[in-house]
Write a protein that binds this ligand. Structure first.
Ligand code: CMC
Length: 377
């Protein structure tokens, strides 16, 4: 079968409608359910944004209180998940751990096959509550440390720091993390969300869709870029080397991690806010190593703009911010998962509400039809 037009990478193809988020081209801004994401990040908590993405409206005080209480009650992990964590090799990537953990949660959920909106909302909230506990426990075990129990007195972001480090940092650090969670939460039909929608479109279950989405996010052209940014900064080593390194990398046709975007061609609208929050972390750290990294980060951004006219995407400031917050580099993409679980599950619900099997065509370019030779004896 042939097709008249081929859209490699589905670039420019509009696959369906969505009411969840959009990038407004004229203003280069991203909105969640109509609200500019910068305003949400400046004024609202990550829990409120999660509620907004799932329910279409921001919660009032009573609904928020109830939502927070439910999230906190769902945090503790079952024994089987703790045992799984202990069994997986510490050499595997944290994204593999997370993918396997979601798969196990699906296998153990007695309501796995109930795809009703209410059941899916309950599963989504349980994932929102439990994924950080898995990420934190895995982060600690790689450092040879025992897990720290979630604290139901602490908010989502604070509790995560508590579970990772046994302590909650200064409010500006927690706020910077929360800004990253809000900015990462949702981005329309990106590769991992689309993956979740493809799986859902076959009427498979929510855990299968999220497991597949985690696999898609892991790649360095998508969520894996925040981790790759840090590896790249380490490879460059010093601000003085930024330009030479970039020229050599571009000459070798390497993709520069944390730069470029399929949708934004004149700059990612999420970057200024994340960069400001990261700059505040650098100033707060007042540490020569942090200043050196920030100088290198800025030098590479400037060089990339002058050489290629390509702007950074959200992963560029987020990667540096997560390093300055004290997270180990392989944990960066799991932090993205903790946030994007909200967008993925909102899209799963939307896909199910007016489902159509996602099944594109291909233009065949293989051998012409030919006879099968006689079997070899
Ligand atoms: N480094 C070097 N060249 C680049 C880059 C980059 N990061 N991004 C785009 N280009 C060049 C590309 O080589 C191409 O040049 P030419 O026309 O000469 O072949 C031109 O810009 C157009 O790029 P493209 O590959 O057609 O753009 P795309 O929309 O297919 O790719 C992208 C988007 C994100 C895959 C790409 O920009 C990239 O590989 N970036 C690095 C990885 C990265 O930061 N990913 C995170 C994406 S955003 C957040 C997220 O989803 O996590």
């Amino acid at each position: 079968m042939t097709t008249s037009a081929i859209h490699r990478g589905l670039a420019g193809v509009v696959v369906d409608t969505t009411e969840i988020s959009t990038v407004i081209e004229e203003t280069n801004s991203l909105t969640y359910r109509g609200y500019p994401v910068q305003d949400l990040a400046a004024r609202r908590s990550f829990e409120e944004v999660a509620y907004l993405l799932w329910h279409g409206e921001l919660p009032d005080a009573d609904r928020l209180r109830e939502f927070r209480a439910r999230e906190r009650a769902l945090r503790p992990l079952d024994r089987s998940l703790s045992e799984l964590l202990a069994r997986l090799p510490a050499t595997c990537h944290p994204m593999d751990v997370l993918r396997t953990a979601v798969s196990l949660l699906g296998a153990e959920d007695p309501a796995e096959d109930d795809g009703s909106p209410a059941a899916n909302r309950a599963k989504s909230l349980a994932l929102l509550a439990r994924l950080p506990v898995v990420v934190a426990a895995d982060h600690r075990r790689r450092r040879g440390l025992d897990p720290v129990r979630p604290d139901p007195e602490l908010g989502y972001a604070e509790n995560f720091f508590h579970m990772c480090f046994g302590t909650v940092p200064a409010p500006e650090v927690v706020r910077c993390f929360e800004v990253s969670l809000i900015l990462y939460a949702e981005h329309s039909f990106n590769a991992s969300t689309f993956t979740a929608r493809v799986v859902t479109s076959t009427l498979s279950d929510l855990y299968s869709a999220v497991t597949a989405a985690i696999g898609a996010l892991k790649g360095p052209l998508h969520g894996g870029a925040n981790e790759a940014v840090m590896h790249m900064l380490e490879e460059i080593g010093s601000p003085e080397r930024a330009e030479t390194w970039l020229d050599e990398a571009l000459a070798a046709k390497r993709k520069i991690m944390g730069f470029g975007h399929r949708v934004y061609k004149h700059g990612d609208s999420r970057v200024p806010l994340m960069q400001e929050a990261t700059d505040r972390l650098v100033a707060r750290a007042a540490d020569p190593e942090a200043t050196r990294l920030a100088t290198l980060h800025a030098a590479l951004r400037q060089a990339m703009l002058s050489r290629k006219g390509i702007h950074p995407n959200l992963d560029y400031p987020a990667g540096l911010a997560y390093h300055l917050m004290g997270f180990d580099t392989p944990a960066f993409t799991p932090l993205f998962v903790m946030s994007r679980i909200t967008g993925w599950t909102a899209h799963i619900t939307e896909q199910l509400a007016h489902n159509a099997l996602i099944r594109p065509l291909a233009s065949y370019a293989g051998p012409a039809q030919r006879p099968v030779p006689a079997a070899v004896r």
